[in-house]
Design a protein around this ligand. Structure first.
Ligand SMILES: Nc1ncnc2c1ncn2[C@@H]1O[C@H](COP(=O)(O)OP(=O)(O)OP(=O)(O)O)[C@@H](O)[C@H]1O
Length: 505
């Protein structure tokens, strides 16, 4: 292998023998090296210069590897951090990953794995890992040392991969910010969310925004594989391992080598397979069925479930130690009804896609009334159900505009109380403008709509003032959701003074 002197590393360990071992291993790979024996020494070196990556032991005489991670984080440093933890201390590994470590290794350190993890941290994908089982080699992705993670309050520069997730609700923005943050590390991610919410799309975005994007993203639906085939599918098999095994075949792990393995419906994995998966994750190596030796693999695991996995653990259906390994970082993908303000953007995106696939141009649009009706539907099947509904509606409409009739949503399935209609008759203003009997002869407004608008505007303003311009609270006091409140304010041109509470809690 060609030396790559441009990569510089800082190795932190208080045991001189181990330091020497790491140094010899890494020097042979062509890296430039510095070493330190304590937190204090490490921070002094880091204050002097930057490195491509830092490799630190967890336990140090004057502190812990986490202190080094915290310093890097505090100073917005771009170095990737690898942490070496004592064997069996999963808590430490999890803590390190949560603190921003790129990856961890357990003692005693397997040198082949060590080289491979360092290469992966430096973006030298494939540099020193075994490659027999690797699918078509792709060029190593160039590493650009960006910030370690977005600081609080800092705008997240969004990666193109994130644009596939339509919607700008607060919940969706948070999901995108988390994806961007976790994409850089090796930490396992657990996606939790109802069926059809977009978990696979999120998993793909994590992969595409990560340094592994040039390698494979392998998606596996754990619930769809017959139990007796699981081991062969996950780890591959050797020719002759069982009847019908006419040739060697790689499994999901080998196919995802140096890439990402997405384990969908992980809660459906039988207990026996859970043990084997845990072992593969801990050992970072797999043994194909019928093989004698294990082969190292470098795979990032993203898993997903619609189940409450901690309840599954409590019920004895899911291994606690595996849950612990998979759930280092959790991202909740909320149901569509909790971010109904995303409906328009997602519908547009879906209609564009359907039209493109069908070769139709321009893409059809939802009429305002159709959108209002959709927003009153709870979407138990989430975005996937919306997609199916739009497919059907498009076929029925046959034109450029999809209207209420094309949606085929019976009134009985629409929920006014929770989701509210944008076009509903005004429940607030009508009773309030009813005049007392003594005023029965007062002149009637010449423009009823404008008159009612004025009444509504004044009520909205009074309630906003009373609630310090907190739109959520003001809306709630009038029996309106935040979305309805926003719509009415926009329609009537009611604005809030700058610096006010806005949406509030
Ligand atoms: N924010 C979004 N913007 C655009 N399309 C989306 C969005 N979220 C989901 N989709 C689309 O909705 C469909 C369902 O998404 P996906 O398969 O990722 O959901 P899932 O949560 O993994 O479902 P399941 O749990 O059933 O496997 C996909 O076609 C996906 O492209």
């Amino acid at each position: 292998m060609n030396p790559v002197p441009s990569h510089s590393l800082l190795v932190i360990d208080d045991e001189p023998d181990l330091r020497t071992l790491y140094e010899l291993t890494l020097l042979r790979e062509g890296y430039e090296l510095d070493s330190a024996g304590s937190v204090e020494e490490a921070l002094a070196r880091l204050a002097e210069r930057g490195y491509s990556a830092v490799i630190t032991d967890m336990r140090l005489p004057d502190g812990s590897g986490l202190d080094v991670l915290a310093w890097l984080e505090r100073h917005g440093r771009p170095e990737k951090a690898l942490v070496i933890t004592a064997f069996g201390s999963a808590e430490n590994a999890v803590e390190a990953l949560k603190a921003g470590a790129y990856d961890y290794l357990t003692k005693p350190v397997d040198l082949r794995q060590f080289r491979s993890v360092v290469a992966s941290a430096l973006g030298r994908v494939g540099a020193s890992a075994q490659s027999a089982a690797v699918p078509a080699a792709a060029p190593a992705s160039a590493r650009s040392p960006g910030p370690r993670s977005p600081r609080a309050g800092e705008a997240v520069s969004s990666h193109p991969a994130l644009h596939r997730l339509a919607g700008d609700s607060a919940a969706m923005c948070q999901v995108r910010a988390l994806i961007e943050k976790v994409a850089r590390s090796m930490a396992p991610v657990l996606l939790q969310g109802e069926s059809g919410t977009g978990k696979e799309l999120v998993a793909r975005a994590i992969h595409d925004a990560s340094p592994r994007s040039a390698r494979a993203f392998i998606a596996v639906n754990c619930g769809a594989i017959p139990e007796q085939l699981l081991e062969a599918e996950f780890f591959g098999f050797r020719k002759g391992a069982f009847t019908g095994a006419h040739e060697d075949r790689e499994g999901f792990f080998q196919a995802a080598h140096e890439g990402t393995l997405f384990l969908d419906e992980i809660g459906d994995l039988p207990l026996a397979m859970q043990s084997k998966l845990l072992r593969a994750i801990q050992e970072r190596s797999v043994r194909p069925v019928g093989a004698v030796a294990e082969a190292p693999v470098n795979v990032r695991i993203v898993s997903a479930t619609h189940k409450d996995l901690s309840a599954e653990v409590a019920a004895g259906r899911f291994r606690q130690d595996l849950f612990y390994r998979l759930n280092v970082i959790q991202i909740r993908v909320p149901p569509l009804r909790e971010r109904i303000e995303d409906l328009e953007a997602i519908s547009e995106r879906v209609l564009d896609r359907i039209a493109r696939d069908a070769g139709v141009s321009p893409a059809p649009r939802l009429s305002a009334v159709a959108l209002a009706q959709l927003s009153r539907y709870a979407f138990p099947g989430n975005v996937r159900e919306l997609e199916n509904l739009l497919h059907r509606a498009l076929a029925l409409s046959g034109g450029e505009v999809i209207d209420v009739a094309d949606l085929g949503l019976p009134e009985a399935v629409l929920d006014e109380s929770q989701f509210g209609s944008l076009d509903m008759p005004d429940r607030v203003s009508l009773p309030l403008v009813a005049q007392p009997a003594s005023e029965a002869d007062d002149p009637l407004p010449q423009d009823l709509a404008a008159y009612l608008d004025e009444v509504e505007r004044s009520i909205l303003l009074r309630s906003l003032v009373r609630h310090g311009f907190n739109r959520t609270a003001a809306g709630a006091s009038l029996g309106l959701s935040l979305r309805q409140m926003r719509y009415r304010m926009a329609r009537l041109g009611v604005t809030e003074p700058s610096g006010s509470a806005g949406e509030g809690g």
